[in-house]
Design a protein around this ligand. Structure first.
Ligand code: NAG
Ligand code: NAG
Ligand code: NAG
Length: 456
């Protein structure tokens, strides 16, 4: 039962139609032009892990406070996250005082942010990082603090005066119909401040929940990123529901992504309580395939080294940050096995390179084999592809489109490969089972796990 047969011919046809045609659809809409996030933003965001903990008296280490953000900024630098690209330190809900100031300005809770937001922003900038904040296009934030409705211009100016680099605007306590005007209006005021600020919108998700078809050409024109679906929770089932949403709705979602404008499937929960090691690898790989923002929401003081290594996997981050900015899609789904592919650089003539994720959603507790040729996955360039396993760091050399590979995927786990297209004049290297991408002979590489087998 656990061994899957090679894909049947009907499925092969599905895969080819998808991979050859749909990736080439261009985005015709005009996009927000503030020069920011040409690749998906990377950083740390408080919400999923720290929520609305305001109890600094009893839980000073974990409450939403100046201290928490300074500590995480320190760790993003000292623990090497900044060196691999994590850059934004972002506040979420529950930073505000319940009242605006007597002049009508937003102000932080005076006990939890005793030095003010500008001082925190300065500190984060002094670490070479960028600073993000949260608000809500409504009368209140989701947790009941003052929203921006009625004060859009003043609040945009306040954020600029605090040297904010990134603004997430939620959609509680507002009318989803009003968002078509409200989100662009706030974006206009952000722009008018003259300070470039990444604009993260929750606009489509609230409209979808209200049964309104979002106007994505307007969303792309006004926002740098936006949420399409539920908040992520600390569980595999939550992660699966997000992966399914993006797969099931990919025809309408994928074309909206591109440099400066991204779909946001929500935070990375790698290193928290709810995901196993395999499942954590799955989230990181899938977020890279989805060209997703990589916003970690985890306690960087206590994260275990194996989870930190997942978050710092440079090869997977490079897929996420690919300059072409094309979001990947699900090209195969059958009996709990999925194959996802994302076109990436470099290109050779009209052929893309690809990141390919093999995802095993089965729960029978043994790895499943997936047998497929490169050609069946849309990898048809006659010069072949250099195939590399991005978690196991194994380089399988150059394989031709006709090559059939068998990939062993752990339950709720993933194998993610990078397939770099080769010029057609390159001689194809005969397959050498001991070949690796590291120094010609690297003893360690013999011990590396080989997740794929070349079967013909
Ligand atoms: C926001 O508050 C104003 C003033 O109380 C009220 O008129 C308006 O209906 C509220 N808007 C929403 C979306 O609740
Ligand atoms: C404001 O918008 C204009 C026109 O899209 C753009 O060129 C400019 O960079 C924007 N400025 C900021 C600060 O976002
Ligand atoms: C969607 O937004 C675009 C650009 O802002 C606008 O031109 C178009 O009329 C809108 N479409 C609908 C159906 O409202």
């Amino acid at each position: 039962m656990s061994r899957l047969q090679p894909l049947n011919s009907a499925r092969r046809k599905d895969i080819m139609i998808h991979s050859l045609l749909v990736f080439l659809l261009p985005v015709l809409a005009k996009a927000l032009d503030n020069g920011l996030v040409r690749t998906p933003p990377m950083g740390w965001l408080a919400w999923e892990r720290f929520r609305c903990n305001t109890d600094c008296k009893n839980d000073p280490d974990n409450c939403i406070s100046d201290r928490l953000f300074r500590t995480m900024a320190d760790l993003v630098v000292s623990e090497g996250y900044a060196a691999v690209g994590y850059e934004y330190i972002n506040i979420d809900d529950c930073w505000l005082d319940k009242e605006r100031s007597y002049t009508g300005q937003l102000q932080p809770d005076p006990v939890r942010f005793p030095y003010g937001i500008k001082d925190l922003s300065n500190y984060i900038h002094s670490k070479g990082l960028k600073f993000g904040i949260y608000e809500d296009y409504g009368n209140y934030t989701c947790a009941g603090y003052p929203g921006i409705l009625g004060s859009l211009e003043l609040d945009a100016l306040t954020f600029a005066s605090w040297d904010v680099d990134y603004v997430k605007v939620d959609g509680c306590y507002s009318l989803p119909r009003d968002m078509d005007i409200g989100y662009p209006e706030f974006g206009y005021f952000l722009n008018r401040t003259g300070r470039p600020m990444v604009y993260s919108c929750s606009w489509p998700v609230y409209q979808i929940y209200a049964g309104i078809q979002p106007n994505f050409s307007s969303i792309i024109e006004n926002c740098n990123l936006w949420r399409n679906f539920d908040d992520i929770q600390d569980s595999w089932s939550s992660l699966e529901s997000i992966i399914d949403y993006y797969g099931n709705n990919q025809d309408s979602i994928v074309p909206n992504a591109g440099p400066g404008h991204w779909n946001d499937p929500d935070m990375l929960i790698v290193g928290n309580f709810g995901l196993s090691y395999e499942q954590s690898k799955t989230q990181m790989a899938m977020w890279a395939i989805l060209a997703a923002p990589l916003l970690m929401s985890v306690d960087l003081r206590s994260i275990r080294p194996e989870y930190k290594a997942i978050l710092q996997n440079r090869k997977i981050i490079a897929v996420d940050q690919d300059p072409l900015g094309i979001q990947g899609r699900r090209i195969y789904k059958h009996k709990g096995i999925e194959i996802w592919a994302r076109p990436i650089s470099p290109l050779y003539q009209n052929y893309f390179s690809y990141a390919i994720a093999f995802l095993n959603r089965r729960t029978d507790g043994t790895p499943s084999d997936v047998a497929v040729t490169l050609h069946e996955m849309g990898l048809v360039a006659s010069g072949g592809y250099r195939i590399e396993d991005l978690y196991e760091d194994v380089d399988y050399g150059i394989l031709t489109p006709q090559t059939k590979i068998k990939v062993k995927v752990n339950p709720s786990g993933v194998v993610i490969l990078r397939a770099n297209v080769q010029p057609s004049y390159a001689p194809t290297t005969p397959y050498d089972p001991f070949r690796t991408g590291f120094p010609a002979v690297n003893r360690n590489s013999f011990k590396k796990k080989r997740s794929i087998e070349i079967i013909s």
